[in-house]
Write a protein that binds this ligand. Structure first.
Ligand code: HEC
Length: 135
């Protein structure tokens, strides 16, 4: 079982990604999408537009967690100290655990459970696409 510690701390009431305790349990993730040549702009951005932009979009004045999900560069950079995604390394990509709803702290599930906009969790296929993109 491959896991890694990447985590969060609560700073002024806000959750901030940092190097501690988000474990990415690769064996529990859905399989990577079989699709070849997955790119951020073609495959990931449209999904994030639907599932994340309400809170992390380019037009949101104060994106949640200071995180914007609109460009590959912004997704790799993140909103805090830790990178949400490290190319080629699922275990160092807390975003993977967040969208797969694997984090110990349910506040980190993305999109959040019971969000007011009623944005549903990513489907298995969508999670598989995120996985394929990171890998
Ligand atoms: C309904 C609002 C909402 C939606 C939709 C949403 N998020 Fe979030 N997101 C949040 C909140 C709230 C936080 C925590 C911010 C805080 O407490 O400072 C957060 C934090 C994050 C962070 C951590 C940023 C950091 O570096 O601290 C990442 C990464 C993230 N979200 C990814 C996503 C992704 C990917 C999606 C879509 C699949 C998504 N979120 C959808 C509200 C949302």
């Amino acid at each position: 079982m491959k896991t890694i510690a990447v985590g969060l701390f609560i700073a002024g009431g806000a959750l901030v990604l940092n190097a501690e305790d988000v474990k990415v349990n690769v064996s529990k993730l859905p399989p990577a999408a079989a699709r070849q040549g997955v790119t951020f702009d073609k495959d990931i951005r449209p999904m994030f537009e639907k599932s994340c932009f309400k809170c992390h979009g380019p037009d949101v004045e104060k994106p949640k967690g200071k995180f914007r999900a609109d460009t590959k560069a912004n997704v790799m950079k993140g909103g805090g100290d830790a990178a949400p995604v490290v190319a080629g390394d699922l275990t160092k990509s807390p975003l993977m655990a967040m969208v797969a709803r694997q984090t110990e702290d349910e506040d980190l599930f993305m999109p959040p459970t019971d969000n007011k906009a009623k944005i549903p969790p990513l489907t298995k296929d969508e999670i598989g696409l995120v996985r394929a993109w990171i890998e």
